[in-house]
Design a protein around this ligand. Structure first.
Ligand code: SF4
Length: 137
C-alpha cells in the first residue's frame, strides 16, 4: 500500500531533515528557490554564526500538526494570520515558482493567497522587523 505523502511546512526551523526553501534579499523579501536544497550541519552552524538562520533563510520540513504550537487543532494558524494581516500588500499575481506547492500546508489551506504573501514572511523576526510596517516593505 502506498504511504500517505507528507504535508510540508514552508516556515520550519534549521534543523536535521530540513531543506533550504528561500533566501532573504536586501529588500527584506524572500526569494523562494524553485527546488529546495538539502542542508547539512555545517550549513546550519555557519548560518547561525551571526544571527538565527531563520532570520536570513526559510526552511521546509514535514508539518508536524499538533506537534507545533501554531497548530489550531485543524489548521496552521500562521497561514491564516499572514493571509489576513498581509492582505493589503501590493503583491504580484504571478506566484513564485515553488516545487513544494503540491505538498505545502499553506497552499493546501489558503491557496494562491498564501503564495502571494509567502515571500514577505520571515520565520524568525527581529525586533527591527517588527518596527517595519509590512505595507511599506
Ligand atoms: S505558500 Fe506557496 S510559494 Fe510559499 S512555500 Fe507554500 S507553495 Fe511555495
Amino acid at each position: 500500500m502506498k504511504s500517505k505523502e507528507s504535508v510540508l511546512c514552508p516556515s520550519s526551523r534549521a534543523q536535521k531533515g530540513a531543506r533550504l526553501l528561500g533566501i532573504r534579499q536586501e529588500d527584506g523579501r524572500v526569494a523562494i528557490l524553485p527546488q529546495p536544497l538539502l542542508i547539512n550541519n555545517a550549513f546550519i552552524e555557519e548560518a547561525n554564526k551571526h544571527s538565527h538562520a531563520e532570520q536570513q533563510f526559510r526552511f521546509t520540513n514535514k508539518c508536524v500538526e499538533s506537534g507545533c504550537k501554531q497548530w489550531t487543532g485543524t489548521r496552521c494558524g500562521v497561514a491564516d494570520t499572514i493571509v489576513g494581516v498581509m492582505n493589503d500588500l501590493q503583491t504580484s499575481d504571478e506566484l513564485p515558482a515553488c516545487a513544494i506547492r503540491p505538498q505545502c500546508r499553506w497552499f493546501k489551506q489558503n491557496g494562491a493567497d498564501a503564495c502571494k504573501v509567502c515571500p514577505f514572511v520571515i520565520t524568525e523576526t527581529t525586533s527591527e522587523d517588527w518596527q517595519l510596517n509590512p505595507a511599506e516593505i
